[in-house]
Structures are given as C-alpha cells and as structure tokens.
Design a protein around this ligand. Sequence first.
Ligand code: BG6
Length: 282
Amino acid sequence: MINLQKLKNGFEYLDISNKSAHAKIALQGAHIFHYAPHNSDPLLWLSQASDFELGKAIRGGVPICWPWFGMSENPELPQHGFARTSMWQLSASSEIDAHTTELTLTLKHSKSSLKLWPYRFELSLHVRVSDTLTMELKTTNLDEKPFKITQALHSYFQISDISHVHIEGLGKSSYFDALTQEQYQQNGDIEFYQEVDRIYQGIKHEIRLVDIKRQIVIKNEGSSSAVVWNPWIEKCARMSAMNNDAYRTMVCIESANALEDAKAIAPLQSHTLKAYIEVTNL
Ligand code: BG6
C-alpha cells in the first residue's frame, strides 16, 4: 500500500507498506527517512530532534547529496547541493507483488536550480522496498554541454551504540581524511572512539556494519567511493537538529561518487549510482 501523508505544516511523504517492510519517503528531497523490514528494527536512523520543515533537510534517513558532495567551490552555495531540499515528483509506482513495492521520484532542472547550477538535467530515484532496500539514483544530462557531478546516498544507519559496532570490507582501501586533509591507508576494520569523517576510495567489496545483534550489508554499483562519518561529542553538540548524545546511536556509510570517483556525463548520457541494503540478524 502507498499512502500520501501530509503533516500540519504541509510537509508531504509517502507511506509504503507491504508484507516484507515499511518505509517512508518525503517528497522533499526524495528523502527516505524510515525503512524497516518486518524481521528487524528500523535500519535507518532518524534524529529525534529533526524538524520536518520545508526547505530544510531531514536529519537522518538517506539525504541525497547532489550535484555536489560536501562544499561546492563557491562557498555561498549549500553544502551537499540542492537535491535534498528540492521538491520531487512521484513519477511511477507499482506494487510488484505482496512483498515488493517500487517507486520512482523525479527532479528536473528549474529556474531556481539553473541559478545554482547552470545545467539542464533529469535526476530520478528508483526505490525498491522489500526485505531489502534498493536505491538507484540516475542522473541524465539534458544539456548541450557536458557536466561533472559528485554525489552521495548519505545513509544514516541506526546502531545499538557506537562502541559496539565496527565496519568490515574497507580494510584494504585508502581514504581521504576530511579532518586532517591527508590521505591514509585503512588497516583492518573501522572502530569508533573519536570523530570520523573519511572518503574511502577504490572500493571493490561490499561493506558490512556489524552490530551486536545484526549486520547491515551495503553493496554499491556505479561507485568506488564511500563516506564514513560519525561526528562524535563536540561536533554533534554543534550540529543542527541533533541531540547531544545522538552520535552514539548513528553512523553514516554513504554510497558515493566523490573525489576522483566524480562522474563526467556527456549530453544525453546518464550515470546511475546504486545502493543495495540488507540486514541479517546475528
Ligand atoms: C557528511 C560529511 O557527509 O555530512 C560531514 O562528511 C558533514 O563533514 C555531514 O558534517 C553532515 O552534513 P550536513 O550538511 O547534513 O550537516
């Protein structure tokens, strides 16, 4: 079942339920802010302090960073681009079977997008809600000139406690550390005991977020970079829409095209970034 829900302030989202899972997707940003397969607690973290406000990104779920990840070269432009605060259209939906729902949301260039980024485009997010969650973010260049994008499906995952989790699958990758602005080599699993803000590169394997009772597996296609982020104590206290202790129950593993994994797209060509997320109970 797919229901359009509206909050008192006009904020609209799609409520999707089938025999395998429940999900919620805001029309602003095509922002998935809830996903729970029926055999598991929610996979996505959502800040208790998040306001569902028009023009402001939800803190949690899967914000879409596009057409740039992080800061643009022009510091006056919004961090992580404009897709996450733009209004998208539901362009297709289908209940494939009792266990599977598919939806496509679309964003096209507009007068206001052209002021921020001077290219004509179509961006679509195809979502498959079932016992796994699949997201396909397709960028099509509708302009006469080529353009280059960096992007991320900025997934916030719900965890039991930051001291109980580790990340497997990035052990042989190098990463750019946004805190020191230096390049390093990862040795072994990632554990958290301080702020972490890294772009891993040259990724060839699936990534596993291992918690006490469950493991979340992330498989990416059209991507060889991933961001791992936890703000830790001080940054968390400074962040908008985040309670002071929120860093304990979330970690971001973002399926990305960042740094040298940026994508140049020629006129009438497309690029698709795909993330496939599943959970297994341990
Ligand atoms: C991450 C960045 O992707 O997003 C962090 O690596 C940043 O540096 C975080 O703090 C959250 O960004 P924002 O714009 O949603 O507050």
